[in-house]
Write a protein that binds this ligand. Structure first.
Ligand SMILES: [Zn+2]
Ligand SMILES: [Zn+2]
Length: 157
């Protein structure tokens, strides 16, 4: 059931159309299994190409560099934690790391899960909470929609 949910396309952001100038004419979407993709402009049909290579679909929130895949690690995802707090050891799965040596995220030795949440590394370097979700990731999208709905209901996070 959970897996089905992730395949639902998520709207990431909108931007002004490069061709006709329509505000929020171009929409960026992604699914769990695809890189982010642009939908054609709602007004003029202009199609913007996404240039990131397929294996680099998430980006570092601190330095904007595309994340590269690291070695597989055993970790619990956000949704697993919510749905099954006392679940046993989790399987080994892909990790994503910031390759920029000067970046705080890289220096911390931490990594992002396949869904985009940050896990701290062996070296203790505090990574600010604004970098806890990889750009263009599903967890980042969820985090932002949660914050938005809390704001709407006037609940302090
Ligand atoms: Zn347009
Ligand atoms: Zn970085």
């Amino acid at each position: 059931m959970e897996e089905d949910y992730w395949t639902v396309p998520l709207h990431i952001s909108s931007t002004k159309c490069w061709k006709c100038g329509t505000k929020e004419g171009l929409e960026l979407w992604r699914t769990m299994t695809t890189v982010p993709y642009w939908k054609p402009c709602k007004v003029c049909g202009y199609k913007k190409k996404w240039i990131a290579p397929k294996e680099r679909h998430m980006a570092c929130p601190a330095c904007s560099t595309a994340l590269v895949s690291g070695k597989e690690e055993s970790y619990e995802t956000m949704s697993e934690h919510v749905m099954d707090v006392n679940g046993g050891p989790r399987p080994r799965r892909p990790t994503w790391k910031c390759p920029k040596k000067k970046c705080i995220v890289h220096k911390s030795g931490g990594f992002y899960s396949y869904s985009g949440s940050f896990y701290s590394g062996d070296v203790y370097i505090p990574v600010p909470s604004k970098y806890w979700y990889a750009r263009f990731s599903i967890d980042d999208e969820i985090d932002r929609s949660i914050k938005k709905s809390m704001k709407k209901r006037d609940v302090k996070p």
